[in-house]
Design a protein around this ligand. Structure first.
Ligand SMILES: [Cu+2]
Length: 343
């Protein structure tokens, strides 16, 4: 029987594989830690019952082996003795008690977790307010401030300060999406015509990955989100940079790229603060070079993948809403040189 204790091992081995920047086992946010604690309680309680039921099963099998099919009626009567009856009754009472107790434990744990999740402001009033709009298949972020002249727009990468509450207002322009950064919190839907919200209270600095968690069409799987939890000093530095408009590049090639960008349709869809580019239907590129990934986590943001993306967006992410533009090699190099100045 001792080996039965090893039965749950594969489960623990599987859970041990969970780790990293996008994992349901993450505890780097207040909500994520609460949900994880509840999950642990569920695993322990249901695990104990699993082991108990398996033990009964094997015990009955073991006992049964000793019985012969041709035993005498007296032998059966001996089994049905009053002491045996009493033990059976006691066993049943204990079992019903254990089941009821287990279910109560789960219900109580769920209730308290739910209440803690519903109190968003333990870390104080949210200090950051972000409007996050889901688009097929990228994330449009607007940071709002008391002084609206400090507002800015970015895409596909959020920075939030460590230890403070960030309020995220969730909207959608097309279909239902779902905001999910498992290391930090649970899920919340982005619904067209309705504003949802979620509060993030990160407890550990680092780079995390979010993922749209509601099937939203062809490129749903390529609708990821980078979330960087900064120390307050790093966050202040990042904010100050994002609030700056783009600078005119000095390098002649980047300068040529700027001209192509403004004249070759790019500016009709994309905006770059501080330039005439004011398109509203595509990711804001004012500080594209400061971001970790391209096209909602589809490619790492490198010189090579910038070329690949602009040369053939439909080859990289089929069905996405950026068309093939048809730049020649010089124009392509120049546009990439320009985008790389947008730090
Ligand atoms: Cu989706």
């Amino acid at each position: 029987m001792r080996w039965a204790a090893l039965l749950p091992l594969p489960l623990f081995a599987a859970l041990a594989g969970c780790g990293g920047i996008q994992t349901v086992g993450g505890r780097e946010g207040r909500d994520a830690a609460l949900i994880n604690d509840l999950f642990t309680v569920f695993c322990i309680v249901t695990g104990l019952f699993f082991v108990a039921i398996m033990a009964f099963l094997f015990a009955s099998y073991w006992r049964r082996r000793g019985f012969r099919g041709d035993r005498m009626p007296e032998e059966d009567e001996a089994l049905a003795s009053p002491t045996h009856d009493r033990r059976l009754k006691l066993g049943l009472f204990l079992w019903v008690g254990a089941v009821t107790g287990g279910l109560m434990a789960l219900a109580i744990a769920s209730f308290f977790t739910d209440r803690s999740l519903a109190q968003p402001n333990q870390a104080g009033r949210p200090v950051v307010s972000i409007e996050l709009v889901g688009n097929q298949w990228w994330w449009d972020a607007k940071y709002h401030f008391h002084d609206p002249s400090k507002d800015f727009r970015t895409a596909n990468e959020l920075h939030i300060p460590l230890g403070a509450a960030t309020m995220i207002y969730l909207k959608s322009t097309d279909v239902i999406h779902s905001f999910w950064v498992p290391n930090l919190a649970g899920k919340q839907d982005l619904i067209p015509g309705h504003v949802n919200d979620i509060v993030l209270v990160p407890t550990k600095a680092g780079h995390y990955r979010g993922q749209c968690a509601e099937y939203c069409g062809l490129q749903h799987a390529h609708m990821a989100l980078d979330i960087v939890v900064d120390t307050p000093a790093d966050y202040a530095r990042w904010l100050a940079r994002q609030q700056q408009p783009a600078q005119m590049p000095a390098d002649p090639q980047a300068r040529a790229g700027f001209d192509y960008f403004m004249n070759k349709q790019c500016s009709a869809c994309h905006s770059v603060a501080g330039t005439p580019a004011n398109g509203q239907v595509a990711p804001n590129l004012t500080h594209i070079a400061s971001r970790a990934t391209l096209a909602a986590g589809t490619l790492p943001n490198t010189n090579g993948s910038l070329h690949a993306w602009i040369a053939d967006p439909q080859g990289v992410k089929p069905g996405n809403n950026m068309p093939y533009i048809g730049l020649n090699a010089d124009e392509l190099h120049a546009v990439v040189a320009y985008l790389e100045t947008l730090k």
